[in-house]
Design a protein around this ligand. Structure first.
Ligand SMILES: [Zn+2]
Length: 381
């Protein structure tokens, strides 16, 4: 990836995000789009800059002009949160608050708002050396980066790339919009999508009447001291990324209707073909596994394999680990045998360790020495 340019593109998408600029104390709201303080904080994390060392770095980063494109608004909801457990909350007279009922340190209850399933494209514009520093830091971050709060983990790599653009609106218009679930039917080639954008108005020039004043330019982290900036809300229309290009080389996965008669028949046919035995370990088969999801709704024997529960668990765990699409782990493929076997052994061992722990706990409660030895020596074999 080239890091030469004046415009840095970031993708902020994940299950949860929170970009508060106005909330204090127990009620912490999120804005509908990422704040400059949140984005700059993320960059400082990537650079490994401590709060107390942040002012000189912030001075440089605050000069970057920020544009936000709302690709998915997401939904908002509140979460229950406690603060100060076992540390104590101070009362107005400086003493630690104690609960009346137990006399222990009081815990503060707070409510925090989150954006769920939102996605934003950010463009930061400024001197190429600053842009380059930011891109390098995000490429190999010193500390973990998060979307506004530490519980909000990015769902995609944050760094998109660096380009050269004359203005932020053109920059934000240059990237095609990606539908959440690429479907060929909904968005054909040539479709367009209109999106909200928030563009920072350059400092030192008179802002138009439509501009909104936002206090989110940090001077130092750790204190709530934010400078204002003007932000202009606008809209742009961008092409929809061709759904077919958006897919990987694998066909997309459709959901199986496990209640349908078609599935029950397909499942039964495969079990019959395998004599109701697991194709991997020859134990009685309990489940039927998809090795290919391309033909969902009209599966043939070729798409399925009979498995026992342990072997099926191992195959499924391997699939999650590799983010597989339509074509899955095939337990009858000799090339995959060793990997599946190692995982099955690990699962069996973990299950057995769990069982041992249970027996030990049970033994301790009855007769600490005698029963414990009996229980553990029996399991060891
Ligand atoms: Zn098996």
């Amino acid at each position: 990836m080239s890091k030469d340019g004046n415009t840095l593109f970031l993708r902020l998408a994940g299950p949860m995000q929170s970009w508060g600029t106005s909330s204090r104390f127990q009620l912490r709201r999120t804005d509908g789009y990422p704040s400059k303080s949140g984005v700059l904080g993320m960059l400082l994390c990537a650079m490994g800059v401590r709060r107390e060392d942040s002012p000189p770095k912030l001075k440089r980063l605050a000069l970057l002009q920020m544009g936000v494109r709302v690709d998915r608004h997401g939904t908002t909801d509140w979460d229950y949160h406690t603060v100060g457990a076992k540390i104590g909350i101070r009362s107005a007279d400086g003493k630690i608050k104690k609960t009346q009922s137990t006399g222990k340190e009081e815990t503060l209850l707070s409510r925090r708002q989150y954006l769920y399933d939102a996605s934003f494209l950010i463009a930061l514009q400024g001197p190429s050396d600053t842009i380059n520093d930011c891109a390098c830091a995000l490429d190999d971050p010193v500390w973990p980066i998060f979307l506004g709060r530490k519980s909000c983990i990015p769902g995609k790599p944050v760094l998109v790339g660096v380009e050269i653009f004359h203005d932020l609106k053109k920059a934000l218009s240059s990237v095609a919009w990606q539908p959440r679930m690429p479907t060929i039917d909904d968005h054909g080639q040539g479709s367009m999508q209109t999106l909200d954008i928030y563009i920072e108005h350059p400092a030192g020039t008179p802002a138009p009447d439509s501009a909104i004043l936002v206090h989110d330019v940090p001077q130092v982290f750790g204190f709530y001291s934010h400078d204002p900036r003007w932000v202009i809300k606008d809209q742009i229309t961008v092409p929809v990324e061709n759904a077919l290009c958006n897919l990987t080389d694998q066909p997309r996965v459709r959901r199986v209707d496990y209640t349908s008669q078609q599935w029950k028949n397909a499942r039964q046919a495969r079990l019959l073909l395998d004599n109701y035995l697991c194709v991997f370990c020859k134990s009685p088969a309990e489940e039927v596994h998809h090795v290919d999801y391309s033909n969902v709704g009209h599966e043939t024997n070729e798409d399925l394999r009979s498995l026992c529960k342990s072997c099926h668990d191992a195959c499924t765990i391997l699939e999650y680990g590799h983010d597989m699409q339509a074509r899955r782990v095939d337990p009858s493929d000799p090339a995959q045998r060793r990997t599946i076997l190692d995982l099955i052994n690990r699962l069996l061992k973990e299950r057995r360790l769990g069982r041992r722990r249970e027996l030990l706990e049970a033994a301790r409660t009855v007769d600490f020495f005698g029963s414990m030895l009996d229980a553990s020596s029996g399991e060891e074999d």
